[in-house]
Design a protein around this ligand. Structure first.
Ligand code: EPU
Length: 457
């Protein structure tokens, strides 16, 4: 196997959840204090893959200790990329010895992550072959990969499906393509960027995602030598180059973690300063926060989020692609909306099944009805998508302790803040999954004054 062991390194994931699957929370207290938010999970993992495109090492700063980073590191090491890290959260990624990995090893490292699909373009350029195991990720609908596969075929990749997954080959250099995405998918946009930068000729990507994490990835690729222009109307033009050099980059802050702590301040009647958060990339979130009655102060170092001390107001939210309200923000905000006076509605338009977490909130006393077929709204900015859902939340309802099981990453954080807000004891099971995207969750909660006890063993 091509696994390359590096020097003994600081582990990429904190071991706070080692052996811990269940945490007992003693709720009813406000969260007060500050937390640090680091590089965005949804940029850092892609930036690590981008390092594969270079002929020199890259250095990525502001890397959080989360398990999705550990997964990508494992996959890179399986392909003989040398990865070293520093205590300050800087990763050095050296792709000069890159080799193919056995599919079983890719499968083992990938676990439940969907990240292997983004290795395809870089590996096809470097090695002429790649492999995608059966993909996991959070259980939030079918999460198909058809946009990715269609784009890879358009670049000239040959795909063969087998029991284990999909094998890809590039019999000759990949060539620039015209790709028109049926939906501005974040992952498919990244797929096209990571493939087009070294393909021969020009790629025109239409209906691209333009999330700030995508812009940060484009900035990284530009540092590496790529030529990418973001045109109007979600069109991105990429002029392929023969080779790319390494990059040095500090990852953009995690917008979803920031929104999670902001919602936690509302749900627990607390005040949380999120150090490292920036206003520019959160404007849509901040507008909704203000409409709910939440208060915030922006400083050069971060943003302080506060419960107003008076009643929270109900809102209607529609999740959307950027610059809309992110789907990853709705779960913690739903917890806060259980405390608003009146009826709130959350339309989920990005994923077809992302309200599973509300069952646990209902067990804790929330009044939430999920309409699986969605409900009409005259304010829609995107055409209705099949199978989308809507949640109607009627508040305020006091939350009380319950035993709940974490279904996925963002739903899991919402369960934790509900448990911290609720009166009495709550038991939250399957908490380890939250370390996929939240660094040092338990120490941060302790620092904010939450009372809890992890069950070890
Ligand atoms: N879609 C397809 N076919 C495809 C790809 C996507 O139909 O080939 C559909 C999806 O089923 C979904 C929609 O397009 O309904 C949007 O999916 P997208 O590709 O934009 O999402 P993603 O790249 O799989 C990333 C984040 C998600 C985040 C979404 C939307 C990562 C690793 N994941 O997912 O983050 O919710 O973009 O912003 O970057 C999370 O952090 O908890 C998380 C789920």
């Amino acid at each position: 196997m091509n696994h390359v062991s590096t020097e003994p390194a600081v582990p990429v994931v904190s071991d706070e959840f080692a052996g811990v699957d269940t945490v007992d929370f003693y709720g009813g207290k406000p969260l007060l204090g500050s937390v640090d938010v680091r590089g965005a999970k949804n940029l850092v993992t892609k930036a690590m893959v981008a390092a594969l495109l270079a002929d020199q090492p890259s250095v990525l700063g502001n890397v959080p200790r989360i398990s999705d980073v550990a997964v990508v590191r494992g996959l890179l090491e399986a392909h003989a990329v040398l990865v070293t890290d520093s205590a300050s959260g800087e990763l050095t990624l050296d792709p000069r010895g890159v080799k193919s990995a056995h599919f079983a090893e890719i499968d083992a490292h990938a676990g439940s992550s969907r990240i292997p699909i983004l290795f395809c373009g870089p590996l096809l350029h470097q090695l002429g072959e790649a492999f995608i195991p059966d993909l996991g990720g959070c259980r939030i609908g079918d999460r198909p990969i058809n946009f990715h596969l269609d784009a890879l075929r358009a670049f000239g990749a040959e795909l063969e499906k087998s029991h284990e997954g999909i094998s890809l080959r590039a019999p000759r250099r990949l060539t620039g393509a015209q790709v028109d995405l049926p939906y501005p998918s974040v992952g498919a946009t990244e797929q096209v960027l990571l493939t087009a930068v070294r393909a021969a000729g020009v790629t025109e990507l239409r209906n691209a995602a333009i999330e700030p994490e995508i812009t940060d990835l484009i900035a990284i690729l530009q540092k590496m030598g790529a030529i990418i222009s973001v045109e109007t109307d979600r069109t991105i033009l990429i002029e392929g180059v023969d080779s790319l050099s390494g990059y040095r980059h500090t990852a953009i802050f995690d917008r979803s973690e920031t929104a999670s702590w902001a919602a936690a301040a509302l749900a627990t009647r607390g005040t949380i300063f999120v150090r490292g958060a920036r206003q520019q990339e959160l404007m849509t979130f901040l507008n909704v926060y203000r409409k709910v009655g939440g208060e915030f102060t922006v400083t050069d170092d971060g943003i302080e989020f506060r419960h107003p001390g008076s009643a929270l107001q109900p809102v209607v939210i529609e999740t959307d692609v950027h610059p809309g309200f992110m789907t990853d923000w709705q779960q913690p905000m739903v917890v806060a909306l259980t405390q608003a006076e009146g009826v709130s509605i959350v339309h989920e338009t990005v994923y077809e099944n992302r309200f599973g977490f509300t069952d646990a909130l209902i067990d804790m006393g929330a009044n939430i009805t999920v309409h699986k077929e969605g409900i009409a709204s005259i304010t829609r900015r995107v055409p209705r998508r099949p199978l989308e859902q809507a949640a109607v939340i009627t508040g305020p309802t006091p939350l009380h302790g319950a035993t709940v099981r974490v279904p996925d990453l963002r739903g899991g954080f919402s369960h934790v803040i509900a448990a911290v807000a609720a009166d009495g004891q709550s038991t939250v099971e399957n908490v380890g999954i939250i370390s996929r995207g939240y660094e040092h969750l338990l120490p941060k909660l302790a620092g904010l004054g939450a009372s809890f006890e992890p069950r070890v063993g």
